[in-house]
Design a protein around this ligand. Structure first.
Ligand SMILES: Nc1ncnc2c1ncn2[C@@H]1O[C@H](COP(=O)(O)OP(=O)(O)OP(=O)(O)O)[C@@H](O)[C@H]1O
Length: 744
């Protein structure tokens, strides 16, 4: 058989043959006559080994290869009678009901219990990483589960404590209905004061034990959840902040590109992108990390508690009436089926609803963020309609989901009710026949109603655990991601000249790889010189700066700093030596001082003030209520655009960079500030200065003006040379002049 494909026929044949040989040996056990307890147990163990061997051999002959699930099931199924009986003898020196008679119902019960145990193992106990590699989703879930479990390692004492309290709570809880039935029997038959008080005492003790243990279990496990969730959040946050910029853009590529086409205005596009990107990332940081943190403590806690309780209850119910127990267990597959169908639909609809809520939130965020544009274009009604439309999508999904839930609840109630009627009917019959007492029936009914809930919980929790594991998958996806721009360079020269050389760069943004933005781009920036990049909008000027900052990696060619590739420099050293002031510097909530010294430690007030003076910011900062300790508000919202810009410049200057990049900084500065800043910059003669400017007047004094067009250097020279050339630079000036731009 080995080597041939296993068809459904082979599987069915293996099943039928295995059942036949197994039943044969199962019944054969009953024909062997023994006289001692030892002989009885030896007989069971010998037959267990025989049954195991014949099933395995039969299945191997037909299928050629056996799955671990099948081996686990066969082992549990063949050994269960012997294990159960040995346990029974050890505890009570009595034979169990199933060992006295060889009954197919016992066989069915053992098969059901073994299948349950094997499936429990299959779903909850993870395989090793190597085994899981390259295998299907289920295997991946196991590895993920194992990794989540490993994250709990620092809290193992809490977990252990939780497990102990959980077991105690379950054991105590299980005995309460048993004593309830006993009290009823004592009251119903010839009343014995001592027996009654003892039963009451035990009931009270078990109730107390169960409540205390359950409370401790909850507290300890909640502590563990909170601790692990915090740890995962910090790890994820750190991993995210280490990613390259392209990663953040790719997250929502679809939306970014769409926005890109819809709105030419670059700034607006970047803000939109940040909103979408932030949504995705905060969802991982808040929702997925919380689900991951709960996977082990909450789900495994519920699963274990329910499982232990279920097994304990079934054995107690068996001792009350094994026939009624068998009847109750018949409900399980029906409940499981209903739960399965419900889970599938409910989860799909819930996921769609989550997406739809996120979609609606995106719309609201966008409007709040761009409220000025909404107001000035008078699109309040349009935006309200758009939001309403998205909310209606959520509403309809919610209605659909709630309908599914209502149907599920109805089906669940009906099966539960049907089962209760059957139990009462047969219970009355058994009482009449003297096979059980009224107290037994009461205990049994209490167990049965709990058992139904437990079985539903077990099936539900599997779905929920899968969800948590999937969320963990998303978290690990980011945790494992290695940034594509390496930061492991270690070059930290004592002397840096600041000589920059772009060498034959080809570059396309990761979010739009089809569009080449820079093509065979070469340029040299000399130390102590000012280079100005000019050219029409969208031709690649800011891209040159982003590549110099190492926000992206070119697909071809490289940028050298003093003859060494940028990637070979130490990350911290590099960003101290190259500073950028962008069009709209981003400030963070905190004081003015915090924002100027952002990323630096041990800066004195003198150094801060010196940088602020150069940036023409000192005066306005002095006039603020608390001077350098004034809070700037979220994103620097309490300052004007020009003030933010000047703090941004001070932030760059305090680093005393060797290479300073000014990306269109003059747009929000008045001419006085601009002059002062230019004077300050002129006082750093060794600095390599790269300026992007639309106001061509401001760069006339540059040592080198570079006209960029179509991602290439089109012209290069001083203002005088380029004017004489009468090429693109000349044309650009003419165009701006004819538009009557005072900013020329
Ligand atoms: N993050 C991004 N993802 C995808 N494409 C981008 C991104 N940033 C810029 N681009 C595209 O790259 C091209 C060059 O953009 P870049 O910002 O370098 O132009 P620019 O010359 O600096 O323009 P401006 O003068 O308006 O600042 C443009 O077509 C732009 O749409």
């Amino acid at each position: 058989m080995a080597g041939n494909p296993v068809t459904t026929f082979h599987k069915a044949l293996a099943l039928v043959l295995s059942v036949i040989v197994d039943l044969f040996f199962f019944y054969a056990t009953g024909f062997v006559v023994v006289h001692s307890a030892f002989g009885h147990l030896a007989r069971l163990w010998v037959f267990a080994a025989l049954r195991w061997s014949v099933i395995i051999v039969t299945a191997l002959l037909v299928l050629g290869d056996l799955k671990p699930l099948l081996i686990r099931f066969t082992t549990a199924h063949s050994l269960l009678p012997a294990v159960l009986e040995s346990g029974n003898w050890a505890l009570s020196l009595e034979e169990s009901q199933c060992s006295r008679v060889v009954d197919v119902r016992c066989w069915l019960m053992f098969a059901g219990a073994s299948l349950g145990a094997a499936l429990f193992w299959e779903f909850t106990i993870p395989d090793s990483d190597e085994e899981a590699e390259g295998k299907e989703q289920k295997q991946k879930s196991r590895v993920l589960f194992k990794r989540v479990l490993y994250l709990h390692y620092p809290d193992y004492l809490l977990l252990l404590g939780g497990l102990v309290f959980l077991t105690l709570a379950v054991i105590c809880e299980m005995f309460i209905p048993f004593y309830t039935g006993r009290v009823i029997d004592i009251l119903g038959s010839n009343y014995q004061q001592n027996e009654f008080l003892a039963a009451l005492l035990f009931m009270g003790l078990y109730s107390l034990g169960s409540s205390v243990s359950a409370g401790c279990r909850g507290g300890v496990l909640l502590c563990a959840i909170s601790s692990v969730t915090c740890r995962i959040k910090v790890m994820l946050f750190k991993a995210l902040t280490e990613q390259e910029i392209g990663f953040f853009e790719i997250i929502k590529t679809g939306k970014v590109v769409k926005q890109h086409k819809e709105r030419k205005q670059k700034d607006k596009m970047r803000k939109d992108f940040l909103i979408f990107c932030a949504g995705e990332i905060t969802s991982r940081l808040s929702r997925d990390t919380t689900l991951t943190g709960e996977t082990v403590c909450l789900n495994v806690n519920v699963l274990l508690r329910t499982f232990i309780k279920t097994v304990g209850m079934i054995s107690l119910m068996m001792s009350l009436s094994w026939k009624l127990t068998f009847l109750v267990l018949m409900e399980t597959p029906i409940t499981g089926l209903i739960q399965n169908i419900y889970d599938k639909h409910y989860q799909r609809l819930s996921q769609a609803m989550q997406d739809s809520i996120a979609h609606a939130n995106d719309a609201a965020n966008e409007v709040v963020f761009g409220i000025r544009v909404v107001r000035s274009f008078n699109t309040e009604k349009h935006e309200a309609d758009r939001y309403d439309k998205r909310l209606m999508e959520t509403h309809s999904l919610k209605t659909h989901r709630d309908t599914v839930r209502a149907i599920y609840l109805l089906a669940r109630r009906c099966t539960g009710l049907g089962m209760q009627v059957l139990i009462l009917y047969y219970g009355r019959l058994f009482i009449q026949m003297g096979q059980m007492t009224i107290g037994n029936l009461v205990s049994f009914i209490i167990y049965q109603s709990d058992l139904g809930d437990n079985i539903r919980t077990i099936t539900y929790i599997f779905g929920d655990m899968l969800n948590s594991v999937m969320a963990a998958g998303k978290v690990f996806e980011y945790l494992d991601r290695k940034p594509q721009i390496s930061t492991d360079g270690n070059l930290k020269p004592d002397q840096l000249k600041g000589h920059i050389s772009y060498q034959g760069l080809n570059f396309a943004y990761p979010s739009n790889p089809d569009k080449t933005v820079l093509q065979d781009f070469s340029l040299e920036l000399k130390p102590g010189q000012m280079t100005a990049l000019v050219g029409p909008s969208g031709e690649g000027k800011s891209t040159c700066v982003s590549l110099l900052e190492r926000l992206y990696e070119p697909q071809h060619g490289e940028i050298l700093l003093d003859g060494e590739p940028l990637k070979s420099y130490d990350h911290h050293f590099f960003h101290k030596k190259i500073a950028v002031v962008s069009q709209e510097p981003v400030l963070f909530s905190g004081s003015v001082r915090d924002n100027i010294t952002y990323g630096l430690t041990g800066c004195s007030l003198d150094e801060i003030q010196e940088a602020a003076r150069k940036a023409n910011a000192h005066e306005f900062i002095q006039q603020l209520k608390k001077g350098y300790d004034t809070e700037v508000g979220e994103s620097g919202g309490q300052l004007s655009k020009s003030e933010r810009q000047r703090i941004g410049i001070a932030r760059a200057l305090i680093r005393q960079p060797k290479v300073l990049i000014l990306d269109e900084i003059t747009s929000s500065l008045d001419s006085e500030s601009e002059n002062k800043i230019q004077q300050a910059l002129a006082s750093c003669p060794d600095q390599t200065l790269l300026v992007i400017a639309h106001r061509l007047k401001t760069i006339e004094t540059a040592d080198q003006i570079v006209v960029i067009s179509g991602g290439k250097v089109k012209e290069r020279g001083t203002h005088q040379q380029l004017m004489e050339l009468k090429g693109s630079y000349h044309k650009l000036r003419e165009e701006l002049f004819s538009e009557g731009r005072s900013t020329l």
